[in-house]
Ligand binder design. Structure first.
Ligand code: UDP
Length: 314
């Protein structure tokens, strides 16, 4: 798929901006669309003026049109951190539903391939561990996280309908917790929060007793997996994440080590419906894409900490 024209919604976001960069580096043209609700121009300002890069400020929850040929549409627009989507519940529902509908319409019209950024949150608080793609999940539709989880689940259903009814070449990626440079230090996610707190010499805020688990994927690994999937001949869903699972308390310790911080850990209430465990089964991605993550947690945290220290002056 190299040498194509690719639309990236959420192009100024964390994952979107890394995707734009990787696509340009391999010789694709990129049209990045973002309404800057949670994305930041700073994430893509180094791409302005680069050959083949266009930025459009637009909300894809409303009608979206891109003139000229489009070979692929990557739908990555959405608030993605719990703090953000709890502050923006209706925009989150809209971009996951109407935004998915509009961008699928664009892909259909252009004959473009379509990659949906879905999420491990479709598994909710999973009762099967690790989570294979065949697991249907355990989601509370009326809880506060339902705005994100159900929008993404609807997006998957909509993508499958466009695939079945209109033959759109759909790819559904279920993205597990990913971190790296360009995470907003104030986005409330655990890696950004712990790193920002450690660098500022503040206590690390651990929710609950810290025994809940997550599996953290470094952004370069994530982007490599997503592009391999985009180019592959499989609709999905496919889990893309790192199965290296840690408790939140273990993550706090890893952050303290990497940053050389002596910050204490303080305990705060566990958010409603916070999943108790999460780890991707990546058998399918390994077989299908010959992909697996390479960057270990200590290395990824060190790279992210260096970026955050430089960008915040910490
Ligand atoms: N968490 C925490 N302290 C924080 C932020 C998050 O202990 O300052 C916990 C949160 O309760 C969850 C885990 O870290 O159990 C991952 O949270 P995050 O918001 O990064 O993403 P999630 O996987 O829940 O979408």
């Amino acid at each position: 798929m190299v040498g194509q024209r690719v639309v990236v919604t959420g192009g100024a976001g964390f994952l979107g901006s890394h995707l734009c960069e990787a696509l340009l580096a391999r010789g694709d043209e990129v049209v990045a669309i973002d309404n800057l609700a949670t994305g930041r121009l700073a994430n893509v300002e180094h791409l302005f003026g680069a050959d083949g890069f266009t930025f459009v400020r637009h909300d894809v929850s409303t009608y979206v049109w891109v003139p000229g040929p489009v070979h692929a549409v990557l739908h990555f627009a959405s608030p993605a951190s719990p703090k953000d989507y709890l502050e923006l519940p209706i925009p989150t529902l809209k971009v996951g539903s109407l935004g998915t509908h509009n961008t699928l319409g664009l892909a259909k019209d252009k004959g473009a391939r379509y990659l949906l950024a879905s999420t491990s949150e479709v598994y909710g608080d999973p009762q099967v561990h690790p989570q294979p793609e065949t697991y249907w999940g355990h989601v509370n539709p009326v809880g506060p996280r339902g705005v994100y989880d159900e929008a993404k689940r609807f997006g998957e259903a909509m993508a499958m309908a466009y695939h079945r009814a209109h033959g759109v070449e759909v790819r559904i990626a279920r993205i597990f917790n990913t971190y790296g440079p360009r995470l907003r230090p104030d986005d409330g996610r655990v890696v950004s929060a712990f790193l920002a707190q450690a660098l500022a010499g503040k206590p690390l805020t651990c929710y609950g007793d810290g025994s809940q688990t997550r599996s953290f994927c470094y952004v370069d690994d994530q982007v490599r997996g997503l592009l391999a999937f985009l180019d592959a001949d499989h609709v999905g869903p496919v889990n893309i994440g790192n199965p290296d699972e840690h408790t939140v308390l273990e993550l706090a310790e890893a952050v303290r080590e990497v940053t050389g911080s002596s910050s204490a850990v303080v305990f705060e209430p566990l958010p409603v419906d916070d999943p108790t465990q999460r780890r991707p089964d990546i058998t399918l991605a390994r077989q299908l894409l010959g992909w697996e993550p390479k960057v270990c947690l200590a290395e990824g945290l060190a790279r992210t900490a260096a970026w955050m220290a430089a960008s915040t002056g910490a």
